[in-house]
Ligand binder design. Structure first.
Ligand code: CMP
Length: 173
């Protein structure tokens, strides 16, 4: 069952928002502790992690949530802190993303609609960065840019290998 709750459409809670204002949100310290577990931020010092925390929010979503919908506009970048999601692309369902993986960067980078539907296969804890803060984060943390580019290259290679394998099966020589 999929919940009619899109993370893309959740109201934005400003980065200044603290647990004091809403007991369901993690405190600043709790957010930093979650960020310390994300490999994308490994080696980041306290100040850098604090900056990431200031530019993002952490949300918890139930299994079945439609996080992004292919073809719809998207304004958020997501990093999985806990849980898994399934990625459904135009070439089919398949790849799973796990804690430490990110998604939602493509629509922010090129302004095009979401390239894939992403559904929570378990309860999730997600770090969410909105469009404006995404660019600020990239500006301020060049290490993060390098790490994101490396992973994007890997995804392109994997996709090319998948397409190659499909073509070989449909055109055996
Ligand atoms: P975006 O297009 O903004 O929203 C859907 C996201 O799914 C996309 O960004 C990527 O982060 C992710 N995505 C798309 N295709 C793949 C893929 N082949 N493997 C892993 N993630 C993908």
């Amino acid at each position: 069952m999929e919940f009619d709750q899109r993370a893309d459409r959740l109201p934005f809670h400003g980065p200044e928002e603290e647990a004091g204002a809403d007991a369901t949100l993690p405190s600043h310290d709790a957010r930093i502790r979650h960020l310390q577990r994300v490999p994308l931020f490994s080696g980041f010092n306290e100040d850098e992690l604090r900056r990431v925390a200031e530019l993002s929010r952490i949300v918890e979503l139930p299994a079945g949530t439609l996080v992004t919908q292919m073809g719809e506009p998207g304004d958020s970048f997501f990093i999985l802190i806990d849980g898994t999601v399934e990625v459904r692309t135009p070439v089919g369902a398949g790849s799973e993303l796990h804690p430490g993986d990110f998604f939602g960067e493509m629509s922010l980078l090129d302004g095009e609609p979401r390239s894939a539907t992403i559904v929570a296969t378990t309860d999730l804890r997600l770090l969410i960065v909105d469009r404006t803060h995404f660019w600020r984060l990239l500006d301020e943390t060049p290490d993060l840019v390098g790490r994101i580019l490396t992973i994007l290259s890997r995804r392109v290679r994997r996709l090319e290998q998948t397409v190659h394998a499909i073509l070989r099966n449909t055109n055996p020589t």
